[in-house]
Write a protein that binds this ligand. Structure first.
Ligand SMILES: [Mg+2]
Length: 187
């Protein structure tokens, strides 16, 4: 059985962090203008104040899976070994990142009942994970896989098709596209 590494934030679930940022700022920020991967950089000198409030919040409290994610992953789990691999470290407040780890674990446990907790991988260095297929929104996280699927997000939208092709990366915009690619051989 081939193995798939699936990222969590902005692949399984989307938008919970930006909602918290908006609540903190008191207005809806136009995230289309953001180019940086660590979106909290928009806060500038308010970052420290934000994180002191943020450390006790659960980003996943009201989070949902992206459309079709559950059904496609469940179907994939019949033909592949699936590992959910997610970075839980809050770089600004590493001493509190254990809260994030617990919240992530609980979200996965509740939402993906067909994936065993032993298949969760919590690390910020995904290069140590050796899977045939990797699905992530960060280019550096999918390097090394035989099949590399880049999930579209604000910070990778500007990568051109030719650039991706050179790196043997396939762009995917939703879970139906992932299913179409990875289930093709099993129809
Ligand atoms: Mg991600």
């Amino acid at each position: 059985m081939k193995t798939i590494m699936v990222d969590m934030d902005d692949v399984l679930t989307y938008g919970s962090f930006t909602k918290i940022l908006d609540d903190y700022l008191g207005y809806h920020y136009n995230y289309d203008t953001v180019k940086t991967y660590y979106i909290q950089d928009i806060l500038g000198d308010k970052k420290e104040d934000f994180f002191m409030k943020f450390k006790d919040m659960n980003m996943y409290e009201n989070a949902t899976l992206l459309p079709d994610c559950y059904d496609v992953l469940k179907e994939l789990s019949k033909y592949y070994k699936i590992y959910i691999c997610t970075d839980y470290i809050w770089r600004e407040i590493t001493q509190y990142a254990g809260n994030n780890l617990r919240n992530k674990y609980n979200f996965l446990y509740e939402k993906l009942d067909f994936i065993e907790p032993k298949n969760y991988i919590f690390t910020c260095d995904k290069s140590v994970v050796n899977c045939d297929i990797k699905i992530d929104d960060k280019v550096s996280n999918i390097e090394g896989a035989k099949t590399k699927l880049l999930f579209t997000a604000w910070h990778n939208r500007d990568l051109r098709d030719e650039e991706l092709k050179e790196k043997n990366i396939i762009r995917v915009n939703n879970w139906l596209e992932i299913g179409a690619i990875l289930l093709e051989d099993f129809k």
